[in-house]
Structures are given as structure tokens and as C-alpha cells.
Design a protein around this ligand. Sequence first.
Ligand SMILES: O=P(O)(O)OC[C@H]1O[C@@H](O)[C@H](O)[C@@H](O)[C@@H]1O
Length: 278
Amino acid sequence: MESALGAGIAMAEALQNQLPWLENVWLWVTFLGDPKSLFLFYFPAAYYASRRVGIAVLWISIITEWLNLVFKWLLFGDRPFWWVHESGYYSQAPAQVHQFPSSCETGPGSPSGHCMITGAALWPIMTAISSQVATRAHSRWVRVIPSLAYCTFLLAVGLSRVFLLAHFPHQVLAGLITGAVLGWLMAPRVPMERELSFYGLTSLALLLGASLIYWTLFTLGLDLSWSISLASKWCERPEWVHMDSRPFASLSRDSGAALGLGIALHSPCYAQQAHIWR
Ligand SMILES: O=P(O)(O)OC[C@H]1O[C@@H](O)[C@H](O)[C@@H](O)[C@@H]1O
């Protein structure tokens, strides 16, 4: 296992030292692939274009981010930025890698959330654009552009995570595969018109479900804050350890977004707008 992780560090070394001019590109790509961007940018943009696709993006983001949190708790994956120091693997010849302001994620590393959550949530956008293109374009090459763009973007997100020392390549691969499978499975099953209690109960279930898993693992003697201690210990600058990368920050976002979606869809203001649109 150590040599596989070492190969991941060698890949990060190559990305950082052989292609230094791409640094800003990787930082931008990681920002665009951040699960937070799904809630802040992709969901509103998709909703503006199509209500159904917008709700699918938000719903899939909520559920896959929650699943990603649970997978991370169960898989105990190291992050490269602390593993290079903690493992002792580089005590003789230090690795030629450095950290960035967005390297110091405090959650465990496996699977990559950027790849898994963003991969799943962008699936409905990709399929919606694909079907639009298919009705207009006759060329097979034009029709594959949306799926090609989806794959290229996610591959770039994966490479950016390796470049930043946030993930090992196998964690990126696990995130990419899980994200695409979840996107494919969930996109046709997104609940569209449900009563407010459905959203309230989903919000509560996400909150209580994660808390129950956390306390069960904690009672079994597992320390789930191990990654926060390692991130704080090995991050080059304390100000790079961001509170919103903590596992419970994403849980609050998911639970709040599920309830917020229900309240918004049942608000008189929304009903009035929906009436005008019809
Ligand atoms: O697992 P990754 O790719 O580091 O990404 C997941 C994390 O990305 C962070 O930027 C978010 O703030 C977190 O909430 C999220 O959990």
C-alpha cells in the first residue's frame, strides 16, 4: 500500500514541478469542482434553464454529499499533504511538493468529494444537454460533445486534487466511478412534487442518520476526528485550515438545503411564480 501511496506523491511531484505554469488552472478547476459550487452556482444556473434539471442537481448534491461523508468516516483515507510527513516514507529524501491555500482539507480523503459529488450532480446537466444536442445535431461527433466535456472536466478536477495534495489518485478514481454511477442511478428518480413534510423528514433523517453513525462508530472506540488533528498538525499555515471543510459543515449544508428546498417549493411566492410561468 505504501508504494501505491508513494506513486501518488510522485504524480503530485510531477504535476507541481514539470507543469508549474498550470498552477492557476488547477486552482480554478478545483474551485469549479468544489461541492460548495454546486449549491452556489450550478444549482441556480441549472434551475434558471430548467426547473427539473435544477432540482435534480440540488437533490443529487444533497444525497451524494451525505453519502460521501459516511464513506469517508468508514474508509479512513489519508490525505497526501499530511501522509508525506506522517508516514516517515520520505525521512531520507523529502518529497518535492508544497501545499496551497485549498490543500488543507480536514476530512478523511477517500473517496474524493470533488469527484464523487460534482460528478453525480453534473450528470443530469450533461444528459439534459446531450438530449437537446441530439435533437438538433445529426453528426455523431457533435452529439458526444456534452459527455466528452463532462469526462474532461471531471478528469481535470481529479488531477487538480492530486496536484493540490488533497487526494491520492486511487481516491480520485473511486470518487469518479462512484459519482458517475450515483448520477446515473439517481437522475431519473429525483422527487419533484412532494409535500413539505417529505423535505422536513429528509432533512431530519440526514441529520439524525449521520449523527447516529458518528456516535455508533465513536462508541465502538473509533476516533472520527483523527483527520482534523492530522490536518491541523501538518498544514503549512493555520489560516489554510478552513472550518467549512469539517465533516459536520457539509452535513449542516445538506440538511439545511433539503429543508430549504421544501420550504421554497411550498412558499406562496413560488406558487405565484409557478402560476405565472404556466
Ligand atoms: O473530498 P474532497 O474532494 O476534499 O472534497 C470534499 C470537501 O470539499 C470542501 O471544499 C468542502 O468545503 C467540504 O464540505 C467537502 O466535504
